[in-house]
Design a protein. Structure first.
Ligand SMILES: [Zn+2]
Length: 81
């Protein structure tokens, strides 16, 4: 069984698809969404971050949020040392 994680990337300005169990190939600032389809992921992204495509377009508090989410993901899904 494989699952796809949809993540908006504020570095590339586009939606990424990550396929478990592969490691996410993009190491930039992206935010994963609990979504069953690309459409749902885009809705969730729009709801949370509006029209911002790139990191620079986010307000300061959202930039911090993105960084925090990214760090959380890395520590839970990354290799355990
Ligand atoms: Zn990316």
């Amino acid at each position: 069984m494989s699952s796809t994680t949809y993540a908006w990337c504020f570095d590339h300005g586009t939606l990424h698809h990550f396929h478990a169990p592969d490691e996410p190939w993009c190491t930039a600032a992206w935010v994963p969404f609990r979504a069953a389809s690309e459409e749902q992921a885009m809705e969730a992204k729009q709801h949370a971050y509006g029209d911002a495509r790139f990191f620079d377009e986010l307000p300061g508090d959202k930039q911090l949020e993105v960084i925090e989410i990214r760090e959380t993901w890395t520590s839970t899904a990354g290799p355990a040392f």
